[in-house]
Write a protein that binds this ligand. Structure first.
Ligand SMILES: *[C@@H]1O[C@H](CO)[C@@H](O)[C@H](O)[C@H]1NC(C)=O
Length: 287
């Protein structure tokens, strides 16, 4: 039941990314490679032969080797089109609840049935579904509320830092084969919180943290066209509780619990990990 949601929310997220990309491309009128952006792809797992490129983010830890090549999808969004961040005061003055959707559609002047209305509905619904067992989740409507959630997870006294994917080169290619250039660097992550941006008229971060063991890596990738990406990847070591329908199992052709599952993050997603506390003697040595 719960694991099902985890797979749904990630799929929802992927679908949203596709829809947004599709809309952007439609606006730009640029040639469309591939077929994403189609709402009819709501069940990509049942048509794996027509698999959407945006599902090309999954792999296993076995693939984390120098020289390994795999197709990866990295969505690219124009930051100038990103929804703006609200202050906590402004965010708190607007209801954030599915029940208030009709009022919210009026407030933002979106007609019922429009793609924007659908996106708002999906985001509000996704934010209100109960977390799965062992998971803590929160939809932050401002940076301050995100900070509050992070302090709740890491503890008020702990320091934490953000890690994310960086595109080192600019190109419009969304998916291609990438080769791992260097030994992936593991980021110590005894705890981690992943925050995904959600489509909404203002910035919403869907943040969640799971108790099961994860590993976080920064992977240096080079694309066939020379594109360079410092890609953030998370590997979930225990997938035994995940739904059989989790899209990653279909993509990788594996069974729940039979293998770890890793995925790359797009550039606008954030992962928070604790800052290692440096023992005093190390500090002394450095000086
Ligand atoms: C990646 O490489 C494989 C093997 O050479 C090829 O079949 C596939 O079409 C390539 N994928 C992309 C997205 O270029």
């Amino acid at each position: 039941m719960g694991a099902e949601f985890a797979s749904k929310i990630f799929l929802l997220y992927l679908l949203i990314v596709m829809c947004v990309d599709g809309r952007e491309r439609a606006r730009d009128d640029s040639p469309v490679e591939g077929t994403h952006g189609e709402h009819s792809h709501a069940h990509p797992s049942s048509h794996m032969d027509h698999m959407d490129h945006s599902l090309l983010v999954f792999f296993t830890m076995n693939d984390l080797k120098v020289g390994r090549t795999m197709p990866v999808y990295f969505p690219k969004k124009d930051p100038s089109k990103s929804p703006s961040l609200l202050s906590r005061e402004d965010a708190d003055s607007i209801p954030f609840s599915y029940e208030k959707l009709p009022y919210l559609l009026q407030l933002f002047s979106f007609s019922k049935g429009s793609p924007q209305a659908k996106a708002m509905e999906d985001t509000l619904k996704g934010c209100e579904i109960k977390p799965i067992k062992g998971e803590t989740k929160f939809c932050a409507t401002s940076l301050k509320s995100m900070l509050g959630f992070l302090q709740g997870i890491f503890g008020l006294e702990s320091q934490f830092k953000v890690v994310s994917t960086t595109y080192l080169t600019k190109s419009s290619i969304l998916f291609q084969n990438y080769t791992i250039l260097e030994v992936p660097k593991e980021v110590p992550a005894p705890k981690m919180v992943a925050c995904h941006t959600m489509p909404y008229p203002y910035a919403i971060f869907y943040c969640h943290s799971q108790e099961t063991e994860n590993k976080v890596f920064v992977v240096s990738l080079i694309g066939e066209n020379g594109d360079r990406v410092e890609a953030l990847a998370v590997c979930h070591l225990d997938t035994s509780q995940w739904s059989r329908n989790h899209v990653s199992f279909k993509v990788l052709g594996i069974e729940p619990g039979s293998s770890n599952v890793c995925h790359f993050f797009p550039e606008d997603n954030l992962v928070y990990v604790p800052m290692p506390t440096m023992p005093n003697d190390v500090l002394v040595n450095v000086m």
